[in-house]
Ligand binder design. Structure first.
Ligand code: SF4
Length: 281
């Protein structure tokens, strides 16, 4: 079968656009859930904060400016069709070139730095790229701008198998409680259970990409997500930590098999600036 050719330059241009759009335009599913939370929030301070978030996201969209000063590390989930052939350069280079261009042209803050000297790299690269090979001849690129505040509150915990489901629930709720106002609530709680140490973190992050307001396809996990959301929203942290019901907008869970001796659990916290955009080429 003939491979379909996709030029690296096409990917660079698309990625540049995704970086800007993700930072300027809040996804529709996210803003709809925030608007619903605004209607339902009983705390006056909480309601006021949610209104400010809604107004802020509207200004960002109308004026095509970033919705938050922290424009994040650029994280990519790429689904590469096994019948697609990238020509004219490497896939990762094409993506990083797009990040350089998008963050420069969109006047987005560059946030990557040397971990020790803290010297800024200057162009927001390298981006974080996860590639999965899938059937077909297309390439799907999902870009997520991941801010530091919420990422810092995320954890991987190698639980004991004997901790079981109750231990998992307790850890997740405690993590949100301890995070308090740091991740700019209302948050989305991405949970990865199973796999290995690094796999749990990856699926926790991936879970954040499921459209808000959609049920988990597994009815048992859907029940678990709703139970966790109810418990979290009883913590009283509220929007931006000023008190109220809306601490989280959603809990998303992905579960995979793990080693008989292990129980990896990852909690990836996403702030209300839940920025992601995708394109299929
Ligand atoms: S946690 Fe999110 S909303 Fe808060 S500063 Fe970081 S990117 Fe912005």
């Amino acid at each position: 079968m003939k491979m379909r050719e996709i030029n690296a330059k096409q990917i660079t241009d698309a990625v540049s656009d995704l970086c800007m759009k993700a930072n300027f335009d809040i996804p529709d599913d996210v803003i709809q859930v925030i608007k619903k939370a605004y209607q339902d929030e009983p705390s006056p301070q909480g309601k006021d904060v949610l209104k400010q978030i809604i107004d802020n996201d509207e200004i960002a969209h109308n004026e095509q400016v970033p919705m938050c000063q922290d424009t994040g590390l650029a994280v990519f989930f790429v689904e590469l069709g096994q019948d697609a052939h990238i020509t004219g350069g490497l896939l990762n280079d094409a993506i990083n070139d797009g990040v350089r261009k998008g963050y420069k042209d969109g006047y987005l803050r560059k946030s990557t730095c040397n971990p020790f000297t803290r010297k800024n790299v200057g162009d927001n690269t390298p981006s974080i790229i996860h590639v999965e090979v899938v059937p077909g001849d297309k390439v799907k690129i999902i870009m997520a701008a991941k801010g530091g505040g919420s990422e810092n509150m995320s954890r991987v915990m190698m639980m004991k198998p004997s901790d079981g489901l109750e231990g998992i629930k307790k850890y997740i709720i405690d993590r949100v409680r301890e995070s308090g106002s740091n991740p700019c609530p209302p948050i989305i709680v991405g949970v990865g259970i199973g796999g290995t140490f690094e796999r749990s973190a990856l699926i926790a992050k991936k879970s954040l990409l499921r459209p808000l307001g959609t049920p988990n396809p597994d009815p048992e996990l859907d029940k678990l997500e709703k139970e966790l959301l109810t418990s979290i929203n009883k913590l009283g942290i509220g929007p931006m930590g000023l008190g109220g019901r809306t601490t989280a907008l959603a809990v998303h869970v992905i579960v995979e098999p793990c080693h008989i001796a292990s129980l990896p659990l990852a909690v990836n916290i996403q702030c209300h600036s839940a920025r992601h955009k995708e394109i299929t080429i």
